[in-house]
Design a protein around this ligand. Structure first.
Ligand SMILES: [Fe+2]
Ligand SMILES: [Fe+2]
Length: 490
C-alpha cells in the first residue's frame, strides 16, 4: 500500500465530504425524525469532532478544483473520486470555496445540522446562493459553521501587521490566543476588502464582516483581556483599517461592560468597523498629511463621517440591518455636547453607540503613531487627557466605565521603573491598588531591540524591608523605541 493511502487526514477529509453528501441527500427526502437521517447527522458530527480533535475547527477549502483539509491536499482515490468531484461541483456552483466547522458543533442540535444541510441544497435556486445562505445562517444563529467565497490560505490567516519574532511566542499562539490572532487578522483583511471594493465602486456585502464580528463577540464573552491586548497593535500603514478594528474591539468590550446583549455588541462592532469607511472618499494626501491642514482640506476631511454613512447605505445587505449601523458612524465626531462635526443642531442626544464610539475612536487615535505624528501618546496620558473633556466631548458616565475597563495603566502601556528597568503592562492592576499592575519586563539587546523578560508584579515587596521592589517612574512611548506592545503580549 502506498504512503498516500496511509494518509489519515486525507481519508478523514474524504469521509467527511461523503458524510456531508449523504447528509444533504438524506435530508432532501426524509423528515427530521427518520432514522437514516439521524445516523447521517451522527456520522457527520463524529467525523468533524475526530478531525478537530486537537484544533478549534475543521477547515476545508477548494483551490484549483482540489479539496484541502486542514491545509493538506486531499488525495483522490479511484473509488471515491466521482463522489468527491460531485461535492466539488456542488460547492463551486454555490460559490462556496471555504467551509469551516467549529468544534462547538458538539453542542449543536441535530435538527439545526439538518436545517443547514437543507439550506445548502436549496441555495442553488437563489440569485446569489452564498449571500442568501449566509443571511439564512445568520438568522438561524448557525455560528458553528462559516462559508466563504474565497479560499482561505492559512498562511494569510496569520497575516498580522506585526508577527512576533521569537519562536517561543509562536508556541503561545496556539489555543485561545491563536484564535484571537486569527480573528484579528481575518477581520482586518475583510474590512480592507470592503474598503477596496467600495472605492472601486463595486458591489460589496457585509456578510464577511458580520461573521467575524460575531466570532469576536463570542470570544470577548470568554476573555476580554486578550482582545484588549490585541487592540494595542499599532501600525502606520493600513492605519485606518487597524484603527477601525481596534475601535470595534474596544467598543465591543465597553458594550459588554455596560451589559449589552450579544446581538447589540455585534451591531456595535460593525459600527466600529465602518465608522471611518468614508475616509476612502477623502484624498490620501489629506488623510495622511504631515503638518496642519488648510481650512479647505480640513473641511474635506470632516466630510468623512457623512461619507461613512452614505457608503454603509451602499453596501449590498439587508436595508434594515444597514439602517441599524448607520447613525453611530455619522455621529462619531459630533461630540457629546455637539461641539464637533457635522453640525446638525442641538436637537437630540447622540445615540448610545455614537457616544461609545466617540470615546473609543479618540482613545485609539491618540495612542497610535501616525505618519504625521510618529510618537503617540502613552495610554495612561491619553486617558488623563480625555478626562479633561468629560461631559463636553465625552459622555461622563461612559468615559468612567471606559477608564475603569482600561485601568489607570491600560494593557500595553510601556513603563519605566525606579530600578532602571522597563516593562509592558500585561495585566490590569487589582481593584485595591490601581497603580500597581502586573508587567512583563523587557531586556535590551545589543541590536537596539528588546527581548521578553520575566513577568513582575508591581505590588511585590522586598520581604526584608517591606518596601515595594519597583515603582513606576514614567510611562514611555513604545513607538519611539520601536516597540509593538502586542508582539510581547500575544
Ligand atoms: Fe473618524
Ligand atoms: Fe476613527
Amino acid at each position: 500500500m502506498s504512503d498516500e493511502f496511509n494518509n489519515q487526514l486525507s481519508l478523514e477529509g474524504e469521509a467527511l465530504l461523503m458524510a456531508l453528501n449523504s447528509l444533504i441527500q438524506t435530508a432532501k427526502i426524509h423528515s427530521d425524525n427518520n432514522d437514516l437521517l439521524k445516523d447521517a447527522v451522527k456520522n457527520f458530527k463524529h467525523l468533524v469532532e475526530k478531525i478537530c480533535e486537537n484544533e478549534s475547527e475543521v477547515l476545508l477549502w477548494i483551490q484549483n478544483s482540489r479539496f484541502y483539509i486542514q491545509g493538506q491536499r486531499l488525495i483522490l482515490r479511484k473509488d471515491s473520486a466521482n463522489l468527491i468531484n460531485r461535492m466539488l461541483r456542488f460547492l463551486e456552483n454555490r460559490n462556496i470555496f471555504t467551509l469551516s466547522i467549529d468544534s462547538e458543533i458538539k453542542a449543536v442540535k441535530p435538527n439545526t445540522i439538518i436545517a443547514f444541510a437543507r439550506l445548502l441544497d436549496r441555495s442553488i435556486h437563489q440569485d446569489d446562493p452564498l449571500e442568501w445562505l449566509s443571511d439564512q445562517m445568520l438568522h438561524q444563529n448557525m455560528h458553528w459553521v462559516n462559508l466563504e467565497s474565497f479560499t482561505e490560505d492559512p498562511e494569510q490567516r496569520e497575516d498580522l501587521p506585526a508577527e512576533p519574532q521569537e519562536k517561543e511566542q509562536h508556541k503561545n499562539t496556539s489555543g485561545k490566543k491563536g484564535k484571537v490572532r486569527k480573528s484579528y487578522a481575518h477581520v482586518l483583511s475583510s474590512i480592507k476588502d470592503v474598503a477596496r471594493k467600495l472605492s472601486a465602486d463595486k458591489n460589496v456585502g457585509m456578510r464577511q464582516s458580520v461573521r467575524v464580528v460575531q466570532k469576536m463577540v463570542d470570544m470577548i464573552a470568554e476573555d476580554e483581556t486578550l482582545f484588549l491586548g490585541i487592540s494595542t497593535i499599532r501600525v502606520y500603514d493600513d492605519y485606518t483599517f487597524v484603527h477601525s478594528l481596534n475601535v470595534a474591539i474596544l467598543s465591543m468590550c465597553l458594550g459588554k461592560r455596560i451589559g449589552l446583549t450579544h446581538e447589540a455588541q455585534e451591531r456595535l462592532g460593525m459600527c466600529g468597523l465602518f465608522h471611518d469607511l468614508g475616509k476612502v472618499e477623502v484624498p490620501k494626501n489629506i488623510v495622511n498629511k504631515r503638518g496642519d491642514l488648510s481650512e479647505a482640506e480640513y473641511n474635506e476631511l470632516k466630510n468623512h463621517s457623512m461619507h461613512s454613512a452614505r457608503l454603509i447605505l451602499k453596501l449590498k445587505a439587508d436595508r434594515n440591518r444597514k439602517m441599524k449601523i448607520l447613525v453611530p458612524p455619522f455621529e462619531h465626531h459630533m461630540g457629546y455636547d455637539h461641539s464637533g462635526y457635522p453640525k446638525i443642531g442641538m436637537g437630540r442626544q447622540l445615540s448610545l453607540f455614537g457616544r461609545i464610539i466617540t470615546i473609543t475612536d479618540v482613545y485609539d487615535a491618540i495612542t497610535s503613531p501616525r505618519i504625521y505624528r510618529p510618537t503617540a501618546m502613552s495610554p495612561n496620558k491619553a486617558l488623563e487627557e480625555m478626562m479633561s473633556q468629560s461631559g463636553t466631548h465625552f459622555d461622563p458616565i461612559l468615559l468612567k466605565v471606559f477608564i475603569n475597563m482600561m485601568g489607570v495603566y491600560p494593557l500595553g502601556t510601556l513603563l519605566k521603573f525606579d530600578t532602571g528597568e522597563m516593562g509592558i503592562v500585561m495585566q490590569q492592576a487589582p481593584e485595591d491598588d490601581r497603580v500597581r499592575p502586573r508587567v512583563l519586563l523587557l531586556s535590551p539587546l545589543a541590536n537596539g531591540k528588546y527581548e521578553k523578560g520575566e513577568p513582575a508584579d508591581l505590588g511585590e515587596r522586598d520581604p526584608q524591608t517591606g518596601v515595594f521592589k519597583r515603582n513606576i517612574q514614567e510611562s514611555l512611548n513604545p513607538s519611539s523605541l520601536g516597540i509593538q506592545p502586542a508582539e510581547y503580549l500575544l
